[in-house]
Design a protein around this ligand. Structure first.
Ligand code: UD1
Length: 423
């Protein structure tokens, strides 16, 4: 296992290229199951989760090949040979997003077996709404021996209301409905830009979808879909993370290939905290020219403040000297584990239920800290960039799941981060 050793206190200056979005690439990759043939995806980041999705597709009988062109960001997926309908535990346990195979497998074959994902570090994360959606489309769903079994009974397009806004749930049921005869209406849908990117690819493949990006999506089933090519949208969470990197080090960064429209709530909150952000012809520039202020943050489904940026924001607010901030986490019940590690670095954070009261301190100091999930790891790296002395972030495999070459990108902008083997 690897760890990162960060020498804190270096101001970041320069350019960082934003990669393709992990959370857009994963559902798009799963959607290739719907249409047998050769698909071509561009701007696919080199990440562990993407490799896991490739493994899953290959396990099902597809062929996934990264081209040598464009630094390996072009991914060809040939789903002609997909025959297996079973997503095994060994893959699903390493990546919950494997559940995204359920909708496409069911739609193409009328049956699917996907390992039940189970819990994870940030909370219970059930999939009941994915299953309820498939049932409403006409599937008989059962859970046996740790697997979800979905079997087509009779297709009945219908109106499905999600009790809670769920991103992968919306994506899974939307994919399944593309090949379900008649009209399906999904209500209380996730409006995340990644849902829109997926819908755009499904439309290219020949699906009939209206309303993606709103809370009401209407899908009219078609008989077949055909493979196409698509460029994955830039990663808005990676963008937000590097905006915080610029702010927390008092630096001046230009984020190339960023899509500011997809992260308005994050940019607005950083502005409120006193961070300067500007769209230039070349990208998104972030810098600071005064003191920061404490702000209150409440996570919410898109277009609200993303839960995937909460940990990084907490690292920044911990260093707003004298500023008091209240962070309320409304999406995942156990998503404050990074707060305990930030405290070990000297941050002043009081936790009560789903709220964290952050009283900014002048400085934090390097420590050995442990990452518990992807975004928590990112927040610890950000804290390490601004801390005195050296911070060691262990279990970096979490970070490698979702950030492409993070230390390389940060080092090119002046950070001093080294990767080493954990003993
Ligand atoms: C996706 C993102 C993840 C992000 C999350 C919230 C991907 C691959 N992952 O995860 O990075 O943190 O959205 O923005 O896109 N819920 C249920 N029943 C369900 C499904 C969800 O109760 O069947 C609850 C969850 O426990 C959670 C809330 O709904 O409290 C939102 O979760 P959801 O949007 O489904 O998260 P994911 O799609 O797993």
């Amino acid at each position: 296992m690897d760890k990162l050793i960060i020498e804190g206190g270096h101001r970041l200056e320069g350019e960082i290229e934003i990669s393709g979005a992990k959370n857009a690439a994963l559902p798009l990759m799963a959607s290739t199951i719907l249409a047998p043939g050769k698909h071509l995806l561009e701007n696919v980041a080199n990440l562990r989760d993407i490799d896991t999705m490739c493994e899953l597709l290959e396990e099902l009988g597809a062929k996934a090949d990264r081209s040598k062109l464009d630094s390996g960001k072009i991914l060809g997926i040939d789903t002609t040979g997909v025959q297996s309908k079973r997503a095994p535990y060994e893959l699903v346990k390493t990546m919950r997003a494997s559940i995204l195979a359920l909708g496409p497998l069911y739609a193409r074959f009328g049956c699917a077996e996907v390992s039940f994902p189970g819990g994870c570090a940030i909370g219970a994360r059930p999939v009941d709404l994915h299953l309820k959606g498939l049932e409403m489309l006409g599937a008989k769903v059962s859970v046996e021996h740790g697997y979800i079994y979905a079997q087509k009974q009779e297709s009945h397009p219908s109106e499905i209301t999600f009790d809670i806004v769920t991103v992968t749930g919306t994506e899974n049921v939307m994919m399944a409905a593309t090949l379900t005869p008649g009209k399906t209406v999904l209500l209380n849908c996730a409006q995340e830009p990644e849902v829109v990117d997926l819908a755009e690819y499904l439309l290219k493949m020949g699906a009939k979808i209206k309303g993606a990006g709103t809370d009401r999506i209407e899908i009219t089933g078609v008989e077949t879909l055909s493979p196409k090519s698509h460029r994955i949208m830039p990663d808005r969470i990676e963008t937000g993370t590097y905006l915080v990197a610029g702010a927390i080090t008092g630096g001046d960064l230009l984020l190339r290939n960023a899509h500011p429209n997809d992260l308005e709530s994050v940019i607005a909150k950083l502005h409120e905290a006193g961070v300067r952000i500007e769209e230039t012809g070349q990208g998104l520039r972030v810098w600071r020219d005064g003191k920061l202020r404490g702000v209150d943050v409440r996570t919410a489904p898109y277009p609200g403040f993303p839960t995937d940026m909460q940990a990084q924001m907490m690292a920044l607010l911990s260093l707003v000297e004298g500023g008091v901030s209240m962070i309320t986490e409304t999406i995942f019940e156990n998503r404050f584990l990074h707060a305990l590690e930030l405290q070990r670095m000297g941050a002043n954070i009081k936790l009560e239920g789903n709220r964290a009261l952050v009283t900014g301190v002048k400085k934090i100091s390097g420590a050995t800290v442990m990452a518990t999930d992807l975004r928590a790891s990112a927040s610890l790296v950000l804290a390490g960039l601004a801390a005195e002395n050296t911070t060691e972030v262990s279990r970096v495999y979490h970070l490698d799941r979702g950030y492409e070459r993070m230390e390389e990108k940060l080092n090119a902008a002046g950070a001093r981060i080294r990767r080493a083997k954990e003993l």
